[in-house]
Design a protein around this ligand. Structure first.
Ligand code: PMV
Length: 361
């Protein structure tokens, strides 16, 4: 499946200018996608919480082009200002998907994008931004051709296109939990796109909060792209892909049973494994900071002392994602304020939670 469709060409004289806007969230992987092949295909399946407060809002304005050139015409604004660096990246991506959306070459596009979270807050913006863009493109296709009727067809294609922009972005298209990667035991699962995975999950997980503790807001020293690439020579790679499959199997069962302890054990192991893989790459690198480790120690101690089901996760960066069910919110916010903010840069942390997925505005 590649969604190439040469018939998606418009009659330029009939196009009325218009605009489409989507708001799409970031997501946090519980079992991590780390290592890829081919065109952004995952080496192992992964599952994530869709977030609520960390999102990108993107609007796509379109009009017929006034000349017959075959190049995509793009103006790009980030936070209201023209941004040449982002524009160049975006244009490259749009050019790479013109066989999927051939009509892009016939239009003048103006894309305006902004994030709900501060720049350099350590939240990966690629998942929210690429999914927001993919949703706009699919809405445009549907508006011009009526080819994506029905939620399933629309979501699948939006997830597929998001994946081409940034692998993890394909999971952001769905409410609550997104599962990406073919797994025999999950019907409809695929390496090509993510699927919604909500039915077999105990309701307690739908109440989960994700407190993002910004232990360092600086730019990452090594990009995710480079990190995925280094997995190719990593001596533990094959073992890791086997482990990830086992973790998926175990995590899905723990989430179905509402087993918080088993959930937390796997999620923390996944986070540390991700960083262990970075440390064992060649060249090796470390994204964790001393404050990341202080927070981890405190979370484990607090859990032991109180018995509260609070667990940490990490993305490809130093910031802690503190995961806990709504029932213990008051205690955990107190714990963060009393013991953890001192390890956050300028005391910054963002209160997020499992969210309801993208929204067209
Ligand atoms: O989507 P990418 O290529 O930026 O990869 C992101 C990978 C992690 O965020 C570290 C893990 C994941 O599954 O989201």
């Amino acid at each position: 499946m590649d969604y190439k469709n040469p018939s998606l060409i418009v009659n330029s004289s009939e196009i009325k200018p218009g605009s489409i806007t989507w708001k799409s969230p970031s997501n946090l992987a519980l079992v991590k996608y780390w290592g890829k092949h081919g065109l952004q295909l995952p080496r192992n399946p992964s599952i994530s919480f869709t977030l609520s407060e960390a999102f990108t809002q993107t609007s796509l304005e379109y009009a017929a082009k006034t000349d017959a050139s075959q190049e995509i015409q793009l103006d790009f604004y980030f936070d209201g200002e023209e941004n040449e660096v982002f524009k160049t990246k975006l244009l490259k991506f749009l050019v790479s998907i013109t066989e999927i959306f051939p009509f892009l070459k016939q239009l003048h596009l103006t894309i305006r994008s902004s994030n709900s979270f501060p720049h350099s807050s350590g939240i990966a913006s690629s998942a929210s931004s690429m999914s927001a863009l993919a949703l706009c493109l699919c809405s445009l296709e549907e508006k011009l051709f009526g080819t994506l009727k029905g939620d399933t067809a629309f979501d699948k294609k939006a997830s597929f296109v998001s994946r081409l922009g940034s692998g993890s972005a394909c999971r952001s298209v769905y409410a609550e939990f997104g599962l990406w990667g073919a797994m025999g035991e999950v019907e409809g699962s695929s390496d090509m796109f993510a699927i919604a995975y909500t039915e077999k999950i105990d309701p307690v997980f739908k109440t989960f909060h994700d407190a993002i503790l910004i232990s360092s807001a600086g730019e990452k020293g090594v990009s995710s792209r480079a990190g995925h690439g280094l997995m190719e020579g990593n001596p533990y790679a094959e073992l890791r892909y086997t482990q990830a499959r086992q973790h998926m199997h175990q995590l899905l069962s723990a989430m179905e049973m509402g087993d918080l302890e088993r959930f937390g054990h796997i999620v923390e192991n996944e986070a540390l494994t991700l960083h262990a893989l970075m440390m064992t790459s060649n060249p090796s690198y470390i994204l964790l900071k001393p404050d990341t480790l202080h927070i981890i120690e405190k979370v484990r101690k607090y859990r032991k002392e109180t018995g509260h089901p609070v667990y940490f996760s990490l993305d490809a960066g130093p910031n802690i994602h503190l995961l806990y069910p709504d029932a213990i919110k008051t205690s955990i916010v107190q714990f963060i304020e009393n013991e953890l903010v001192q390890h956050c840069e300028n005391g910054r942390w963002i209160s997020d939670k499992v969210g309801q997925g993208p929204e067209q505005l």
